[in-house]
Ligand binder design. Structure first.
Ligand code: ZN
Length: 93
């Protein structure tokens, strides 16, 4: 049995949790290459690159990159046409 070179997108919870105030574990992203929407938790995450690389499980194109330095982070989402996540209901003003 050969080990996969990636892990699933659940491992992004901690690193992306540092960047976003919302919980992305139940977020949906759509691939800019093939148009397939799916859960962020379903991405193939390669952690052996400089930073984390999340690839589409359908076409394997890069959907996101996250590089973390001690005092800053770079988030590249150009491979995703959108990121949709649940929010608490908007309160009447
Ligand atoms: Zn794709």
């Amino acid at each position: 049995m050969t080990a996969l070179p990636y892990v699933d997108g659940n491992m992004l919870d901690g690193p992306l949790g540092e960047v976003f105030a919302v919980d992305l574990s139940s977020a949906t992203a759509r691939c800019a290459n093939c148009g397939t929407p799916g859960p962020v938790a379903g991405l193939r995450v390669y952690s052996h690159a400089p930073g984390l690389v999340g690839r589409c499980p359908t076409c394997v194109e890069v959907m996101l990159r996250l590089v973390r330095a001690p005092d800053r982070a770079w988030l590249d989402l150009r491979g995703a046409t959108f990121l949709q996540f649940p929010m608490p209901p908007d309160r009447p003003r």
